[in-house]
Design a protein. Sequence first.
Length: 302
Amino acid sequence: MTCPSEEELQRAAEIIKQGGLVAFPTETVYGLGANALDAVAVARIFAAKQRPLASPLIVHVNGEAMARTLVSDWPERASRLAARFWPGPLTLVLKKAEIVPDVVTAGLDSVGVRVPSHPVALELIRRAGVPIAAPSANRFMEISPTTAAHVRASLGDKVDMVLDAGPTQVGIESTVASLHRDPPVVLRPGMISQGQLEEATGMNWEREQDVPEVMESPGQHERHYAPRTPLYLFQTRAELPEGRGVIINLPPDCIAYAANLYAALHAADKEGWDWIGVVEPPDKPEWAGIRDRLRRASVKPH
Ligand code: TXA
Ligand code: MG
C-alpha cells in the first residue's frame, strides 16, 4: 500500500495548523481538510471546491472525546453509536457547541462529526491537534475521489498538499445520521444501514420517505455525484439510448461494488462515450447508499 512518510504527515499537519488545505484519505473517499476551528481556513475549502456556502461540512475527529468538544449535547444514543461504529463511515449530526464556526455548519445549530477509520486520517488529526472539517475532495457536483489522482484531476493546485495512501476502501461517502431530530433519521444513506443504526440504538428511526424534502440537510442536492457523461440506470437494455455507450460491470457483492463504483465512473467518464449504463442494483437495505448515489448521478431513461 502507498503510504505517506513521517515527513509528509508532519508537513501536512503543519499546513492544517497554519490555515492551509490538505487532501487526505479516509476509508470512504478522500477529504479536503482544514482546521475546523479556523473560519478563514474553512472558507478556503468552499472556494477551492466552488461549493455553495449553504452546504455544511463534516468535522473529522480522532475519538469521542474530541467529538464532545464540538457539541453542546451528547445523548446516550450518540455514545452507543460511537461505541459500535467509530472509527468508521458514520457521521452523527448533533447540536453544535459555540466554538464551531458558522461557516462549518452553514449557519445551522447542528454539526456533523465523525471518526474516520483510516490510519492516515487519524494520524493527521492527532498531529494537527485540531478537528478537521472536510468535504469530499472534488469540485462541487462531481463524483467523489477515491484515489489521490482523482483529487489532483479535480482540484489541481487549489490544494496545498495531497496525502496519497492509494485507493480508499469503502468507496462511497459515510452514512449521515441526525440525532438532532426525534426520532433520529438517516439524512444520507451509506454502507452502514438504517437497520444497523436501529439495532444499535434499540429504537425505530424515522423512515427516510417521511422526511420532508427541504429539511436540515442542505447540500443534499438532487443532482450530485454525477459524471459529465449522462448516466443511465437501467433494468433492461431496451431502455438504453442510441449512440456509443459503455455498460459498467461491477462485482455482485455490495461491499466490493461500493469500493469500485467511483473509480469505474471516473474511468468511463474520461473515455468520451455518449452515455454510461449501469444495471439498477437490488432494492435491498444494504444497497441503499449505492442506490442513492446512482440515482443522483443518473438521468431517467427515456
Ligand atoms: O465519507 C464522508 O462523509 C466524506 C469523507 C471525506 O468524510 N465526506 C463527505 O462530505 O462526503 P460532503 O461534504 O461531501 O458531504 C457532507 C454531508 C452532506 O450531505 C451534508 O448535508 C451533511 O453531510 N451534513 C453535514 N453537516 C450537517 C448538519 N449539521 N446537518 C445536516 N446535514 C449535515
Ligand atoms: Mg461531496
